[in-house]
Design a protein around this ligand. Structure first.
Ligand code: OAD
Length: 251
């Protein structure tokens, strides 16, 4: 058996012994669904503009129609994307554990589309909206010719995503830490591990006794924290890992 095959089997063994699992995903998770990541050259999403200009409160207030339209365009692009075999493998894994929490930095809703259930969205969701002033959710966009449309209270409506300089949703942070403290295994998939607090989650889980398995085609800031590094794309490695786990479970 190759080193990679051995590592995959070891990781499947970790899962076999686990009762509580956390899977943490970043932009690389959706790359094989055609959504560019943030920091990968040459397709980097952020290269085409200054992120602080668009994805921040100040940027939005400086030019609300520009930011609104940029998000509309991203929303259109993302709405045509489909979950890849990696998303589906994570959904297949979930029912096999007493506790299973999927913590994602992605705003693309592809985990839900793939069938995952217990999802914690750390950076929001591009298909949801909220009131800019009061932050309450907007379930249905009002018929409003204005761009962006206005909330009943008169405020601008904005996408319900976390912008630069903003705190993460409190409830999501709480749910994530609760799961991290009690998990036996944490899979970390497709994140460069540079944006906090999520970048610090593997260390938190490890400090509480979890085994950390990283899946990424390249080593990252997380790799030194991981017990096992499975080198490769999410859409290839995750189905193999889940198949190896299910085979052990059935044996
Ligand atoms: P990055 O763009 O920083 O990192 C993407 C990671 O995915 C890299 O480590 C790649 O090596 C890896 N990758 C590429 N292709 C892959 C594949 N097929 N399978 C698995 N991994 C692959 O994205 P994030 O770490 O998610 O925040 O970025 C974190 C946050 O930075 C984002 O959520 C966003 C941004 O600022 C907000 O918008 C608040």
């Amino acid at each position: 058996m190759s080193d990679t095959g051995r590592d995959l089997e070891r990781a499947a063994g970790f899962l076999q012994e686990a009762r509580s699992v956390v899977v943490s995903t970043g932009a690389g998770m959706s790359k094989e669904s055609g959504i560019p990541t943030f920091r990968d050259a040459p397709n980097a999403l952020w290269e085409k503009f200054d992120p602080a200009k668009l994805a921040s409160e100040e940027g939005f207030l400086a030019d609300p129609p520009l930011v609104w339209q940029w998000y509309e365009e991203r929303r259109r692009m993302i709405s045509t994307a489909e979950p890849n075999p990696g998303h589906r493998a994570i959904a297949r894994l979930e029912p096999h554990f007493e506790n299973f929490t999927l913590v994602t930095q992605n705003i693309d809703d592809l985990h839900r589309k793939a069938g995952s259930r217990n999802i914690v969205e750390m950076h929001g969701n591009i298909f949801r909206y909220k009131c800019f002033n009061l932050h309450h959710p907007i379930d249905t966009l009002p018929q409003d010719e204005r761009v962006p449309p206005r909330c009943r209270c008169g405020s601008l409506i904005r996408p319900d995503v976390v912008w630069f300089g903003e705190l993460l949703p409190e409830q999501a942070v709480e749910r994530a830490y609760t799961a991290l403290r009690k998990c036996d295994v944490m899979l970390v998939v497709g994140t460069s591990g540079v944006v906090y607090p999520v970048a610090g989650f593997p260390e938190v889980a490890r400090a509480h006794g979890a085994r950390i398995v990283e899946i990424n085609p390249e080593s990252t800031a997380i790799t030194r924290v991981a017990h096992i590094f499975l080198e490769g794309p999410a859409g290839g490695v995750l189905p193999e890992l889940v198949d190896a786990f299910l085979k052990r479970k059935a044996a």
